[in-house]
Design a protein around this ligand. Structure first.
Ligand code: ADP
Ligand code: MG
Length: 291
């Protein structure tokens, strides 16, 4: 690339808050064929809110008190949503002991002398929790695009907490523009498949890779690269950093974590998904000027 073309491209990006950290990033942007986007905090706002509390054999407030006690010890965004909801309901706080964070699964602690397990289906399965009559409700909630948190008390399924995280306003338009640029658009998430598929469907995303453990996100990128195509990964979380590094082009959401921003080669300062196709277009423009 000529230094002038690179300067022009970098400048155009800067005007829109699209920061290319180096010349290679600008050139790679022009050649991206697959764009992988993290769901939570990238395609969605990352401001989850509790919408449903369903219980079996326990009062709603009692369940929320137990679950909030565990989640108060966790730093997960879903945990924040649950704790906030319990506070809004004015529930008194219980003390949690022996807190254990299970990455990509949930968390476990003892509260009021009971063992409280809070997390996804994978965790429920691992802990041998039978959902019983809650199984059907879980499917309904997930099918409506809610993230479902399962709570078990002393080994028994006690409740479901449905959590919604609205897509960012421009996510659908960003996907449409990426399609117009000829890219395949993939959603990558640790959330469950039914929830992810519902949200992906609304955004017209081509492919969903769900139920991915934090430690497996980079391997999923490598799998896509094995098809011989150049892959960009867009993410915001600590979890996303290895995938951002693995991708041919790592793109971080500006509102994301420091680790993601440091790892990525492109940073979207406005945290707007529409700036992903903008980055690709600026890259293509730069390449054209080079020839
Ligand atoms: P994502 O890729 O969506 O950012 P994570 O890998 O952090 O998600 O977590 C994957 C899944 O594990 C979440 O969707 C959730 O179901 C479950 N999970 C993780 N931590 C917690 C927690 N503290 N409370 C409830 N569920 C959790
Ligand atoms: Mg995220």
């Amino acid at each position: 690339a000529t230094p002038t073309a690179i300067m022009v491209g970098t400048g155009l990006g800067a005007e829109r808050g699209v920061l290319f950290k180096n010349a290679v990033a600008l050139e790679t942007s022009a050649r991206i064929e697959v764009v992988v986007l993290d769901k939570t905090g990238t395609l969605t706002r990352g401001e989850p809110e509790v919408t449903d509390v369903i219980t079996d054999g326990i009062a709603q407030d009692e369940l929320l008190r137990l679950v909030a006690a565990v989640e108060r010890e966790s730093e997960h965004p879903l945990a924040d949503a649950i704790v906030c909801h319990a506070e809004q309901r004015g529930l008194d706080r219980l003390h949690a002991e022996g807190f254990e964070n299970v990455p990509g699964h949930g968390a476990i602690a003892r509260v009021a002398n009971r063992r409280v397990v809070v997390g996804n289906q994978r965790l429920a399965r691992r802990e041998d929790v039978d959902l019983g009559m809650l199984a059907e409700r879980r499917e309904e909630l997930a099918g409506s695009g809610r993230t479902v948190v399962i709570a078990a008390v002393d080994g028994r399924a006690a409740g479901l907490i449905g959590i919604a995280d609205a897509p960012r306003e421009t996510s659908a338009a960003a996907v449409a523009e990426l399609h117009a640029l000829g890219a395949e658009v993939v959603m990558l998430t640790g959330d469950n498949l039914a929830t992810a598929q519902r949200i992906a469907g609304r955004l017209s995303i081509d492919t969903v890779i769900a139920d991915v453990l934090p430690s497996d996100k980079a391997a999923k990128i490598a799998e896509l690269q094995r098809t011989g195509r150049r892959v960009a990964m867009v993410g915001d979380g600590v979890n996303d950093a290895p995938a951002l590094a693995q991708a041919d082009l790592g793109i971080a959401i500006g509102a994301g974590t420091d680790v993601a921003i440091e790892t990525a080669e492109v940073v979207l300062m406005r945290s707007d998904p529409l700036d992903v196709p903008t980055a690709l277009r600026i890259g293509r423009g730069t390449l054209r000027k080079m020839r």
